[in-house]
Design a protein around this ligand. Sequence first.
Ligand SMILES: [Zn+2]
Length: 292
Amino acid sequence: MTTLKARIELFAGIAALVLFLFPLPAAAAGDGITAAVTIAPQAFLVDRVGAGRVETLVMVPPGSDPHVYEPRPRQLALLSRAAVYFQLGSGIEFENAWMGRFVAVNPEMKICDLSRSIELLPSSGCHTGSGPDPHYWLSPRKAARMAENIAICLARLDPGSAELYRENARALAAELSALHEEISELLAPHRGRAFLVFHPAWSYFAAEYGLVELAIEDEGKEPSARRLKELIDEARRREISTIFIAPAFPAASAAAIGDEISARLVELDPLSGDYLSNLRKAADRLDEDFRR
Ligand SMILES: [Zn+2]
């Protein structure tokens, strides 16, 4: 941890220097609000609720893994302009490691916890710690609650537009609820079925639709030879013919298991900013997999 801490100090130092050398134009934020978020799915929600009045800054760029990503100095410089940080608040490593530093870089920034009043599941094993499973944004019903939390925080920052934010959150929640119904209907015939993923990001999605998520990754690492053999046996027993992988999680073991059980590898991205169509696509791919 000492090295990480030392690196955090170094990055913050460089960020301060970058900001000093290249001050950002005051007009960049206009009269709108700059909001920082950890991952792209949050940016989708904030963009919809903020409807043109809020500009988002995604700290973990698409294709990067929020369990290990370290922000660039330029990002820290941009963050120093943010009025609010919408944190996932569910114990994802990126926030655990960096929130303290972000607050030090920008002490005026409000921190808004999007997991407020959302029930979290116990850890799915992608974490070495004992905290909750952090991937709750992949439940559309929980995403609707996140939108409400965003509206509450934006209303406090910008009371003049409070009604607009509440209205936008209500409209988005209705859309998410419709999506939930659509996915429920599509996956209802497959209740109890299991799917195999590399990184266990889909526990909340699985819980919503009565599916079983099996993960290859073990406590954030490639599995041991023994665990790999157990997984292959379980995958055979459950007649699994697809292994779901994601761009941010390259996995040699997924390909190895795929070869062993003649399963194809299909992409299921937990971090897409195109939230609604991505969840629809995930449901379609699972449905297709279960019909094979
Ligand atoms: Zn994860």
